[in-house]
Design a protein around this ligand. Sequence first.
Ligand code: FAS
Ligand code: PHB
Length: 393
Amino acid sequence: MATTRTQVGIIGAGPAGLLLAQILDKAGISSVVLERRDRAYVEGRIRAGVLEQGTVDLLDQAGVGARCAREGMVHKGIYISIENDRRQIDLEELTGGKHVVVYGQTEVTKDLIAARIAAGGDLRFDCDAVTIHDIESQHPRLTYVAGDESHEVICDFIAGCDGFHGVSRQAIPASLQRVYERVYPFGWLGILAEAPPVADELIYARHSRGFALYSMRSTKIVRHYIQCLPDTDLEDWPDERVWDELRLRLPREDQHLLKTGRVFEKSVTPMRSFVSEPMRFGRLFLAGDAGHIVPPTGAKGLNLAASDVHYLSRAFIAFYQDNASAQLDAYSDKALARIWKAQRFSWWMTSMLHNFGPGDDFDSRVRGAELAYTLSSRAAMTALAENYVGLPF
Ligand code: FAS
Ligand code: PHB
Protein backbone atom coordinates (compact mmCIF):
# COMPACT_ATOMS: atom_id res chain seq x y z
CA MET A 1 0.00 0.00 0.00
CA ALA A 2 1.35 3.43 -1.01
CA THR A 3 1.35 5.80 2.00
CA THR A 4 1.26 9.62 1.99
CA ARG A 5 1.60 11.84 5.06
CA THR A 6 -0.15 15.25 4.98
CA GLN A 7 -1.68 17.76 7.38
CA VAL A 8 -5.26 17.93 6.01
CA GLY A 9 -6.86 15.13 4.01
CA ILE A 10 -9.69 16.52 1.84
CA ILE A 11 -12.43 14.34 0.32
CA GLY A 12 -13.97 15.87 -2.80
CA ALA A 13 -12.72 18.20 -5.55
CA GLY A 14 -15.79 20.39 -5.80
CA PRO A 15 -15.65 24.10 -4.93
CA ALA A 16 -15.39 23.41 -1.17
CA GLY A 17 -12.53 20.93 -1.35
CA LEU A 18 -10.56 22.76 -4.02
CA LEU A 19 -10.92 26.19 -2.38
CA LEU A 20 -9.93 24.80 1.01
CA ALA A 21 -6.81 23.16 -0.47
CA GLN A 22 -5.88 26.37 -2.28
CA ILE A 23 -6.22 28.59 0.82
CA LEU A 24 -4.32 26.11 3.03
CA ASP A 25 -1.53 25.88 0.45
CA LYS A 26 -1.12 29.67 0.48
CA ALA A 27 -0.76 29.44 4.27
CA GLY A 28 1.90 26.74 3.96
CA ILE A 29 -0.39 23.93 5.13
CA SER A 30 -0.19 20.67 3.17
CA SER A 31 -3.24 18.79 1.94
CA VAL A 32 -4.21 15.91 -0.30
CA VAL A 33 -7.49 16.10 -2.24
CA LEU A 34 -9.13 12.77 -3.11
CA GLU A 35 -11.78 12.99 -5.85
CA ARG A 36 -13.91 10.04 -6.93
CA ARG A 37 -14.55 11.22 -10.49
CA ASP A 38 -12.14 12.10 -13.30
CA ARG A 39 -11.09 15.66 -14.06
CA ALA A 40 -13.27 15.98 -17.18
CA TYR A 41 -16.40 14.96 -15.25
CA VAL A 42 -15.72 17.42 -12.44
CA GLU A 43 -14.99 20.26 -14.86
CA GLY A 44 -18.08 19.42 -16.92
CA ARG A 45 -20.59 19.58 -14.07
CA ILE A 46 -23.20 22.33 -14.50
CA ARG A 47 -24.25 23.86 -11.19
CA ALA A 48 -24.55 27.34 -9.71
CA GLY A 49 -24.34 30.68 -11.43
CA VAL A 50 -24.37 33.53 -8.87
CA LEU A 51 -21.46 34.47 -6.58
CA GLU A 52 -21.85 36.67 -3.50
CA GLN A 53 -19.18 39.37 -3.09
CA GLY A 54 -17.83 37.44 -0.09
CA THR A 55 -17.22 34.43 -2.33
CA VAL A 56 -15.56 36.58 -5.00
CA ASP A 57 -13.31 38.13 -2.32
CA LEU A 58 -12.35 34.66 -1.06
CA LEU A 59 -11.44 33.54 -4.58
CA ASP A 60 -9.28 36.68 -4.88
CA GLN A 61 -7.56 35.97 -1.55
CA ALA A 62 -6.92 32.40 -2.76
CA GLY A 63 -5.28 33.78 -5.90
CA VAL A 64 -7.90 32.38 -8.29
CA GLY A 65 -10.13 35.40 -8.90
CA ALA A 66 -8.52 36.86 -12.04
CA ARG A 67 -10.72 35.24 -14.72
CA CYS A 68 -13.85 35.87 -12.67
CA ALA A 69 -12.84 39.54 -12.50
CA ARG A 70 -12.42 39.58 -16.31
CA GLU A 71 -15.37 37.47 -17.38
CA GLY A 72 -17.82 37.62 -14.46
CA MET A 73 -20.85 39.88 -14.94
CA VAL A 74 -21.60 42.32 -12.09
CA HIS A 75 -25.34 42.40 -11.45
CA LYS A 76 -26.65 45.33 -9.39
CA GLY A 77 -30.19 44.01 -9.24
CA ILE A 78 -32.63 41.22 -10.02
CA TYR A 79 -36.16 41.21 -11.42
CA ILE A 80 -39.15 39.48 -9.86
CA SER A 81 -42.29 38.99 -11.94
CA ILE A 82 -45.74 37.97 -10.79
CA GLU A 83 -47.91 36.87 -13.74
CA ASN A 84 -47.78 39.98 -15.97
CA ASP A 85 -46.02 42.42 -13.66
CA ARG A 86 -42.20 42.66 -13.51
CA ARG A 87 -40.42 44.68 -10.85
CA GLN A 88 -36.71 45.39 -10.35
CA ILE A 89 -35.05 44.88 -6.96
CA ASP A 90 -32.16 47.38 -6.92
CA LEU A 91 -29.74 45.33 -4.82
CA GLU A 92 -27.00 47.96 -4.95
CA GLU A 93 -29.22 50.87 -3.89
CA LEU A 94 -30.93 48.87 -1.13
CA THR A 95 -27.67 47.49 0.35
CA GLY A 96 -25.55 50.62 0.10
CA GLY A 97 -23.45 49.46 -2.86
CA LYS A 98 -23.38 45.65 -2.75
CA HIS A 99 -24.00 43.44 -5.79
CA VAL A 100 -23.53 39.86 -7.03
CA VAL A 101 -21.36 38.44 -9.81
CA VAL A 102 -22.74 36.04 -12.41
CA TYR A 103 -19.95 33.51 -13.09
CA GLY A 104 -20.68 29.81 -13.46
CA GLN A 105 -19.57 27.33 -10.81
CA THR A 106 -18.16 25.30 -13.68
CA GLU A 107 -15.68 28.13 -14.34
CA VAL A 108 -14.86 28.48 -10.62
CA THR A 109 -14.04 24.77 -10.53
CA LYS A 110 -11.84 25.00 -13.64
CA ASP A 111 -9.97 27.99 -12.17
CA LEU A 112 -9.40 26.16 -8.88
CA ILE A 113 -8.20 22.93 -10.53
CA ALA A 114 -5.81 24.89 -12.77
CA ALA A 115 -4.43 26.72 -9.72
CA ARG A 116 -3.96 23.52 -7.72
CA ILE A 117 -2.09 21.89 -10.59
CA ALA A 118 0.02 24.99 -11.24
CA ALA A 119 0.98 25.06 -7.56
CA GLY A 120 1.95 21.40 -7.66
CA GLY A 121 -0.89 20.59 -5.29
CA ASP A 122 -1.61 16.94 -4.47
CA LEU A 123 -4.96 16.60 -6.27
CA ARG A 124 -5.92 13.01 -7.10
CA PHE A 125 -8.80 12.04 -9.41
CA ASP A 126 -10.36 8.60 -9.96
CA CYS A 127 -10.08 7.63 -6.28
CA ASP A 128 -12.41 4.72 -5.60
CA ALA A 129 -13.72 3.49 -2.27
CA VAL A 130 -12.42 6.43 -0.23
CA THR A 131 -12.76 5.28 3.37
CA ILE A 132 -12.33 7.24 6.58
CA HIS A 133 -10.48 5.70 9.54
CA ASP A 134 -9.57 6.68 13.13
CA ILE A 135 -11.23 10.11 13.15
CA GLU A 136 -11.16 10.16 16.97
CA SER A 137 -7.39 9.60 17.01
CA GLN A 138 -4.57 12.14 16.61
CA HIS A 139 -3.84 10.76 13.14
CA PRO A 140 -6.95 9.88 11.16
CA ARG A 141 -6.44 8.07 7.89
CA LEU A 142 -7.98 7.91 4.45
CA THR A 143 -7.66 4.84 2.28
CA TYR A 144 -8.71 4.44 -1.34
CA VAL A 145 -8.13 2.37 -4.44
CA ALA A 146 -6.82 3.67 -7.77
CA GLY A 147 -6.71 1.09 -10.53
CA ASP A 148 -5.50 -2.04 -8.76
CA GLU A 149 -3.37 -0.25 -6.17
CA SER A 150 -4.38 0.56 -2.59
CA HIS A 151 -3.39 3.90 -1.05
CA GLU A 152 -3.32 5.39 2.42
CA VAL A 153 -3.21 9.06 3.46
CA ILE A 154 -2.25 9.70 7.08
CA CYS A 155 -3.28 13.18 8.21
CA ASP A 156 -3.88 15.41 11.22
CA PHE A 157 -7.41 16.32 10.10
CA ILE A 158 -9.98 15.28 7.48
CA ALA A 159 -12.22 17.78 5.64
CA GLY A 160 -15.35 16.13 4.28
CA CYS A 161 -16.06 18.18 1.14
CA ASP A 162 -17.69 15.32 -0.75
CA GLY A 163 -21.16 16.75 -1.29
CA PHE A 164 -24.60 15.46 -0.39
CA HIS A 165 -23.94 11.91 -1.61
CA GLY A 166 -20.45 11.61 -0.14
CA VAL A 167 -19.10 9.35 2.60
CA SER A 168 -17.94 11.86 5.19
CA ARG A 169 -21.32 12.73 6.76
CA GLN A 170 -21.93 8.99 7.21
CA ALA A 171 -18.77 8.77 9.34
CA ILE A 172 -20.45 10.79 12.11
CA PRO A 173 -22.23 8.41 14.53
CA ALA A 174 -25.99 8.51 13.92
CA SER A 175 -26.49 8.81 17.68
CA LEU A 176 -24.70 12.18 17.60
CA GLN A 177 -26.25 13.46 14.36
CA ARG A 178 -29.29 15.75 14.14
CA VAL A 179 -30.76 15.93 10.62
CA TYR A 180 -33.22 18.59 9.51
CA GLU A 181 -34.86 18.17 6.10
CA ARG A 182 -37.66 19.47 3.93
CA VAL A 183 -38.28 17.91 0.52
CA TYR A 184 -40.28 20.07 -1.91
CA PRO A 185 -42.98 18.66 -4.23
CA PHE A 186 -41.21 19.97 -7.33
CA GLY A 187 -37.82 20.20 -9.05
CA TRP A 188 -36.18 22.48 -11.60
CA LEU A 189 -35.68 21.52 -15.23
CA GLY A 190 -32.63 23.50 -16.33
CA ILE A 191 -31.21 24.20 -19.79
CA LEU A 192 -28.03 25.75 -21.08
CA ALA A 193 -28.53 27.22 -24.56
CA GLU A 194 -26.83 29.41 -27.14
CA ALA A 195 -29.12 32.42 -26.94
CA PRO A 196 -29.02 36.01 -25.62
CA PRO A 197 -30.36 36.67 -22.12
CA VAL A 198 -34.00 37.75 -21.75
CA ALA A 199 -32.99 40.83 -19.75
CA ASP A 200 -29.87 42.52 -18.39
CA GLU A 201 -30.36 40.85 -15.01
CA LEU A 202 -31.92 37.60 -13.71
CA ILE A 203 -35.72 37.28 -13.73
CA TYR A 204 -37.38 35.16 -11.00
CA ALA A 205 -40.94 34.54 -12.23
CA ARG A 206 -43.89 33.47 -10.07
CA HIS A 207 -46.61 32.24 -12.42
CA SER A 208 -49.80 30.16 -12.24
CA ARG A 209 -48.12 27.72 -14.66
CA GLY A 210 -45.17 27.36 -12.28
CA PHE A 211 -41.94 29.12 -11.33
CA ALA A 212 -39.31 30.02 -13.94
CA LEU A 213 -35.85 31.58 -13.69
CA TYR A 214 -34.15 33.36 -16.57
CA SER A 215 -30.42 33.41 -15.89
CA MET A 216 -27.28 33.50 -17.98
CA ARG A 217 -23.60 32.54 -18.23
CA SER A 218 -22.59 35.28 -20.71
CA THR A 219 -24.25 37.58 -23.26
CA LYS A 220 -24.45 34.57 -25.60
CA ILE A 221 -25.25 31.67 -23.24
CA VAL A 222 -28.40 31.44 -21.13
CA ARG A 223 -29.20 29.23 -18.14
CA HIS A 224 -32.99 28.97 -17.74
CA TYR A 225 -35.05 26.87 -15.34
CA ILE A 226 -38.72 25.90 -15.09
CA GLN A 227 -40.43 24.36 -12.09
CA CYS A 228 -41.33 20.75 -12.88
CA LEU A 229 -42.37 17.56 -11.12
CA PRO A 230 -39.49 16.09 -9.12
CA ASP A 231 -39.58 12.84 -11.11
CA THR A 232 -39.84 14.59 -14.49
CA ASP A 233 -38.68 12.47 -17.43
CA LEU A 234 -36.60 14.59 -19.78
CA GLU A 235 -38.01 12.51 -22.65
CA ASP A 236 -41.29 14.39 -22.06
CA TRP A 237 -39.56 17.74 -22.50
CA PRO A 238 -38.28 18.28 -26.04
CA ASP A 239 -36.54 21.63 -26.48
CA GLU A 240 -39.55 23.25 -28.16
CA ARG A 241 -41.78 22.45 -25.21
CA VAL A 242 -39.23 23.92 -22.79
CA TRP A 243 -38.97 27.13 -24.80
CA ASP A 244 -42.78 27.40 -25.02
CA GLU A 245 -43.11 27.03 -21.25
CA LEU A 246 -40.35 29.55 -20.60
CA ARG A 247 -42.16 32.02 -22.85
CA LEU A 248 -45.56 31.47 -21.23
CA ARG A 249 -44.23 32.05 -17.71
CA LEU A 250 -42.93 35.53 -18.61
CA PRO A 251 -45.16 38.62 -18.38
CA ARG A 252 -47.01 38.99 -21.71
CA GLU A 253 -45.13 42.19 -22.62
CA ASP A 254 -41.80 40.42 -22.07
CA GLN A 255 -42.50 37.22 -23.97
CA HIS A 256 -40.98 38.57 -27.19
CA LEU A 257 -37.68 39.04 -25.33
CA LEU A 258 -37.14 35.29 -25.01
CA LYS A 259 -34.89 34.18 -27.88
CA THR A 260 -34.44 30.45 -28.55
CA GLY A 261 -31.22 28.72 -29.53
CA ARG A 262 -29.37 25.40 -29.50
CA VAL A 263 -29.89 23.66 -26.16
CA PHE A 264 -26.66 21.88 -25.16
CA GLU A 265 -27.48 20.82 -21.61
CA LYS A 266 -30.74 19.78 -20.02
CA SER A 267 -31.18 18.32 -16.53
CA VAL A 268 -33.58 18.08 -13.58
CA THR A 269 -32.54 19.10 -10.06
CA PRO A 270 -34.61 17.89 -7.10
CA MET A 271 -35.39 20.43 -4.38
CA ARG A 272 -34.62 19.97 -0.73
CA SER A 273 -33.56 21.90 2.36
CA PHE A 274 -31.17 19.84 4.47
CA VAL A 275 -28.85 20.41 7.42
CA SER A 276 -26.83 17.82 9.33
CA GLU A 277 -25.55 18.89 12.76
CA PRO A 278 -22.88 18.98 14.09
CA MET A 279 -20.42 19.60 11.23
CA ARG A 280 -17.55 18.12 13.20
CA PHE A 281 -16.77 14.80 14.84
CA GLY A 282 -13.32 14.14 16.28
CA ARG A 283 -10.86 15.28 13.61
CA LEU A 284 -13.44 15.19 10.78
CA PHE A 285 -14.94 18.52 9.64
CA LEU A 286 -17.75 18.83 7.06
CA ALA A 287 -17.89 21.73 4.59
CA GLY A 288 -20.30 22.56 1.77
CA ASP A 289 -23.00 20.23 0.50
CA ALA A 290 -21.59 17.42 2.67
CA GLY A 291 -23.26 19.21 5.59
CA HIS A 292 -26.19 21.06 4.02
CA ILE A 293 -28.32 21.53 0.91
CA VAL A 294 -30.48 24.52 -0.03
CA PRO A 295 -33.02 24.85 -2.85
CA PRO A 296 -31.19 26.98 -5.49
CA THR A 297 -33.88 29.69 -5.51
CA GLY A 298 -31.77 31.90 -3.27
CA ALA A 299 -28.47 31.15 -5.10
CA LYS A 300 -26.88 30.12 -1.80
CA GLY A 301 -25.50 26.59 -2.29
CA LEU A 302 -22.10 27.43 -3.70
CA ASN A 303 -21.83 30.55 -1.54
CA LEU A 304 -22.42 28.56 1.66
CA ALA A 305 -19.63 26.19 0.61
CA ALA A 306 -17.40 29.28 0.38
CA SER A 307 -18.33 30.60 3.83
CA ASP A 308 -17.78 27.16 5.40
CA VAL A 309 -14.32 27.11 3.81
CA HIS A 310 -13.66 30.65 5.07
CA TYR A 311 -14.32 29.56 8.67
CA LEU A 312 -12.60 26.14 8.41
CA SER A 313 -9.46 27.39 6.68
CA ARG A 314 -9.00 30.14 9.30
CA ALA A 315 -9.41 27.52 12.03
CA PHE A 316 -6.75 25.24 10.49
CA ILE A 317 -4.39 28.20 10.04
CA ALA A 318 -4.84 29.23 13.71
CA PHE A 319 -4.09 25.64 14.75
CA TYR A 320 -0.90 25.30 12.72
CA GLN A 321 0.42 28.84 13.08
CA ASP A 322 -0.61 29.63 16.67
CA ASN A 323 -1.16 26.14 18.09
CA ALA A 324 -4.68 27.33 18.96
CA SER A 325 -7.72 25.00 18.73
CA ALA A 326 -10.47 27.43 19.74
CA GLN A 327 -11.59 28.16 16.15
CA LEU A 328 -11.64 24.44 15.34
CA ASP A 329 -13.78 23.83 18.39
CA ALA A 330 -16.10 26.70 17.40
CA TYR A 331 -16.27 25.85 13.67
CA SER A 332 -19.49 23.86 13.62
CA ASP A 333 -21.53 26.40 15.60
CA LYS A 334 -20.09 29.35 13.67
CA ALA A 335 -20.73 27.78 10.26
CA LEU A 336 -24.23 26.61 11.24
CA ALA A 337 -25.23 30.11 12.41
CA ARG A 338 -24.71 31.46 8.88
CA ILE A 339 -26.02 28.26 7.23
CA TRP A 340 -29.38 28.51 9.00
CA LYS A 341 -29.83 32.15 7.93
CA ALA A 342 -29.23 31.09 4.32
CA GLN A 343 -31.55 28.11 4.79
CA ARG A 344 -34.29 30.46 5.96
CA PHE A 345 -33.81 32.79 3.00
CA SER A 346 -33.69 29.93 0.48
CA TRP A 347 -36.84 28.37 1.96
CA TRP A 348 -38.58 31.80 1.97
CA MET A 349 -37.70 32.58 -1.68
CA THR A 350 -38.70 29.03 -2.72
CA SER A 351 -42.01 29.21 -0.85
CA MET A 352 -42.95 32.63 -2.25
CA LEU A 353 -42.15 31.87 -5.87
CA HIS A 354 -43.29 28.29 -6.51
CA ASN A 355 -46.65 26.55 -6.95
CA PHE A 356 -47.22 23.85 -4.36
CA GLY A 357 -49.97 22.18 -6.35
CA PRO A 358 -53.68 21.55 -5.72
CA GLY A 359 -55.09 21.67 -2.19
CA ASP A 360 -52.69 24.41 -1.27
CA ASP A 361 -55.09 27.33 -1.78
CA PHE A 362 -54.89 29.24 1.52
CA ASP A 363 -51.10 28.87 1.82
CA SER A 364 -50.67 29.75 -1.85
CA ARG A 365 -52.65 32.98 -1.40
CA VAL A 366 -50.66 33.83 1.74
CA ARG A 367 -47.38 33.28 -0.12
CA GLY A 368 -48.63 35.40 -3.02
CA ALA A 369 -49.51 38.14 -0.54
CA GLU A 370 -46.04 37.83 1.03
CA LEU A 371 -44.44 38.43 -2.37
CA ALA A 372 -46.82 41.31 -3.21
CA TYR A 373 -46.08 42.92 0.17
CA THR A 374 -42.32 42.43 -0.30
CA LEU A 375 -42.41 44.22 -3.65
CA SER A 376 -44.45 47.08 -2.14
CA SER A 377 -42.24 47.71 0.91
CA ARG A 378 -38.75 49.22 0.87
CA ALA A 379 -38.07 47.60 4.25
CA ALA A 380 -39.07 44.16 2.94
CA MET A 381 -37.12 44.60 -0.32
CA THR A 382 -34.09 45.68 1.71
CA ALA A 383 -34.29 42.46 3.71
CA LEU A 384 -34.48 40.44 0.49
CA ALA A 385 -31.56 42.37 -1.00
CA GLU A 386 -29.34 41.98 2.09
CA ASN A 387 -29.81 38.22 2.02
CA TYR A 388 -29.44 37.87 -1.75
CA VAL A 389 -26.08 39.72 -1.92
CA GLY A 390 -24.93 37.61 1.03
CA LEU A 391 -24.82 38.15 4.78
CA PRO A 392 -21.39 38.90 6.27
CA PHE A 393 -19.05 35.94 6.87
P1 FAS B 1 -19.98 19.30 -4.67
O1 FAS B 1 -21.11 18.31 -4.70
O2 FAS B 1 -19.91 20.35 -5.71
O3 FAS B 1 -18.58 18.52 -4.74
C1 FAS B 1 -18.38 17.32 -4.02
C2 FAS B 1 -17.28 16.55 -4.74
O4 FAS B 1 -17.00 15.37 -3.97
C3 FAS B 1 -17.69 16.10 -6.13
O5 FAS B 1 -16.69 16.40 -7.07
C4 FAS B 1 -17.88 14.59 -5.96
O6 FAS B 1 -17.55 13.88 -7.15
C5 FAS B 1 -16.90 14.28 -4.85
N1 FAS B 1 -17.24 13.06 -4.11
C6 FAS B 1 -18.47 12.66 -3.71
N2 FAS B 1 -18.37 11.50 -3.03
C7 FAS B 1 -17.05 11.18 -2.99
C8 FAS B 1 -16.30 10.09 -2.44
N3 FAS B 1 -16.91 9.11 -1.79
N4 FAS B 1 -14.96 10.07 -2.60
C9 FAS B 1 -14.33 11.10 -3.26
N5 FAS B 1 -14.97 12.15 -3.81
C10 FAS B 1 -16.33 12.18 -3.68
N6 FAS B 1 -26.30 26.02 -6.12
C11 FAS B 1 -26.62 27.28 -6.48
O7 FAS B 1 -26.28 28.23 -5.75
N7 FAS B 1 -27.31 27.52 -7.67
C12 FAS B 1 -27.68 26.49 -8.51
O8 FAS B 1 -28.28 26.71 -9.55
C13 FAS B 1 -27.35 25.16 -8.17
N8 FAS B 1 -27.67 24.12 -9.00
C14 FAS B 1 -27.36 22.84 -8.61
C15 FAS B 1 -27.67 21.72 -9.44
C16 FAS B 1 -27.37 20.41 -9.01
C17 FAS B 1 -27.71 19.23 -9.92
C18 FAS B 1 -26.76 20.20 -7.77
C19 FAS B 1 -26.48 18.78 -7.27
C20 FAS B 1 -26.43 21.29 -6.95
C21 FAS B 1 -26.71 22.61 -7.38
N9 FAS B 1 -26.37 23.72 -6.59
C22 FAS B 1 -26.67 24.99 -6.95
C23 FAS B 1 -25.65 23.56 -5.38
C24 FAS B 1 -24.19 23.38 -5.74
O9 FAS B 1 -23.72 24.48 -6.44
C25 FAS B 1 -23.46 23.12 -4.45
O10 FAS B 1 -23.84 24.04 -3.45
C26 FAS B 1 -21.96 23.15 -4.61
O11 FAS B 1 -21.62 22.27 -5.64
C27 FAS B 1 -21.35 22.76 -3.28
O12 FAS B 1 -20.02 22.48 -3.48
P2 FAS B 1 -19.31 21.28 -2.68
O13 FAS B 1 -19.70 21.35 -1.26
O14 FAS B 1 -17.88 21.33 -3.07
O15 FAS B 1 -20.01 19.94 -3.21
C1 PHB C 1 -27.93 29.92 -12.27
O1 PHB C 1 -27.59 30.80 -13.08
O2 PHB C 1 -27.64 28.71 -12.42
C2 PHB C 1 -28.75 30.32 -11.06
C3 PHB C 1 -28.87 31.67 -10.75
C4 PHB C 1 -29.61 32.03 -9.63
C5 PHB C 1 -30.23 31.05 -8.87
C6 PHB C 1 -30.08 29.69 -9.18
C7 PHB C 1 -29.34 29.32 -10.29
O3 PHB C 1 -30.96 31.42 -7.78
